[in-house]
Design a protein around this ligand. Structure first.
Ligand code: IMP
Ligand code: MG
Length: 186
């Protein structure tokens, strides 16, 4: 998809290489993911949707409105990238959720699975609290992670091995507000 004056205005004039997934494509896919999760989580059991901040904040807020089940929502803050575009591998858990995980169906919502370091670090910590089930819903999956302890059960889109921004994803804390996912001009 070519970069239009409208997208340039939304990036503050910073040229985008291209739009990968449009606002409309994302909305449709999120609706489907919500339907699948609604089907997959048993009725009448406790559901906790746990968002990984900051990258999942837009995806999560759209997704939970498409899941037709009573639920709790909480967040985890992890940090792994600093200002660069390469994972530092040093994952820090900066905020641990308040909601109890024990005995609940936990859906961990991640913006993108890249190296897998974040998930590999977090999943054992969450498993230790004995959720009834623990599954991952990722908007994007780069399919480059080595030795992922668990594959996401629900994935929005397969993602090329490029650095992507928008719909919650940042580059040095910018571009999170873009309504689409795109690639910045290098
Ligand atoms: P991982 O630990 O390498 O799998 O990456 C985890 C986090 O890095 C993701 O939740 C994102 O916040 C961030 N990240 C990975 N790839 C990208 C990208 O292409 N654009 C923006 N953020 C990314
Ligand atoms: Mg993130």
């Amino acid at each position: 998809m070519p970069t239009t004056p409208e997208t340039l205005a939304r990036t503050g004039g910073q040229p985008l290489s291209h739009v990968l997934f449009s606002e409309e494509q994302i909305a449709e896919r999120v609706r489907q993911l919500g339907e699948q999760i609604t089907r997959d989580i048993p009725e009448g059991e406790d559901l906790l949707v746990l968002g990984l901040l900051k990258g999942s904040f837009i995806f999560l807020s759209d997704l939970v409105r498409q899941i037709r089940r009573p639920m709790e929502v909480d967040f985890l803050i992890v940090s792994s990238y600093g200002a660069g575009t390469e994972s530092s591998g040093d994952v820090k858990l900066l905020y641990a959720r308040e909601a109890s995980v024990t005995g609940k169906h936990v859906v961990l919502v991640e913006d993108i699975v890249d190296s897998g370091t974040t998930l590999n670090r977090l999943l054992p910590i969450l498993e230790a609290s004995q959720p009834k089930s623990l599954e991952i819903c990722a908007l994007l999956h780069k399919h480059i992670a080595q030795g992922l302890v668990k594959e996401p059960r629900w994935v929005g889109f397969d993602c090329p091995q490029e650095f992507v921004i928008g719909y919650g994803l940042d580059h040095s804390e910018k571009y999170r507000n873009l309504p689409f996912v795109g690639v910045i001009d290098p």
